[in-house]
Design a protein around this ligand. Structure first.
Ligand code: AMP
Ligand code: ZN
Length: 116
């Protein structure tokens, strides 16, 4: 897969519009087009990495940045104290549909456990 084929690479490149809520040099976050909670944001590295299985040890810093972005966006959106959920799906059994890693940040309602 090249960047041209990847939906989230196209959003990073501003070839496809998105409602961006957070940007840093390595990470962007935008509102999910099919939200599963009052706030549902997708946090992605600017660099293409297809799945968790494709992470290298040297990617530890970028993975950490996804979580730091989740912390900051949860605070911005006003549900940091109440609580929120972050999820990253990997491959078919987990329902991954876009093969550019992304952390889902969901907030603004209560969540059940176990997840579906
Ligand atoms: P996953 O199923 O974990 O791979 O998540 C992919 C997410 O991307 C889903 O929640 C989709 O609703 C979301 N999505 C797909 N297309 C877009 C888009 N153009 N803009 C924002 N979110 C999108
Ligand atoms: Zn990509």
């Amino acid at each position: 897969m090249t960047a041209l084929d990847c939906l989230f690479c196209n959003i990073v490149a501003a070839e496809i519009p998105a409602d961006i809520v957070y940007e840093s040099s390595d990470v962007i976050a935008f509102r999910d087009i099919n939200p599963q909670a009052p706030t549902h944001v997708v946090i992605v590295p600017r660099r293409h990495i297809a799945t968790i299985n494709d992470l290298e040890n040297s990617d530890a810093e970028i993975v950490g940045q996804l979580f730091l972005a989740a912390r900051d966006i949860a605070s911005q959106e006003g549900f940091a104290k109440d609580g929120y959920r972050v999820t990253m799906n990997c491959n078919a059994a987990a329902g991954q549909t876009v093969f550019h890693i992304h952390l889902h940040l969901l907030g603004g309602r209560n969540f059940s456990w176990p997840p579906g």
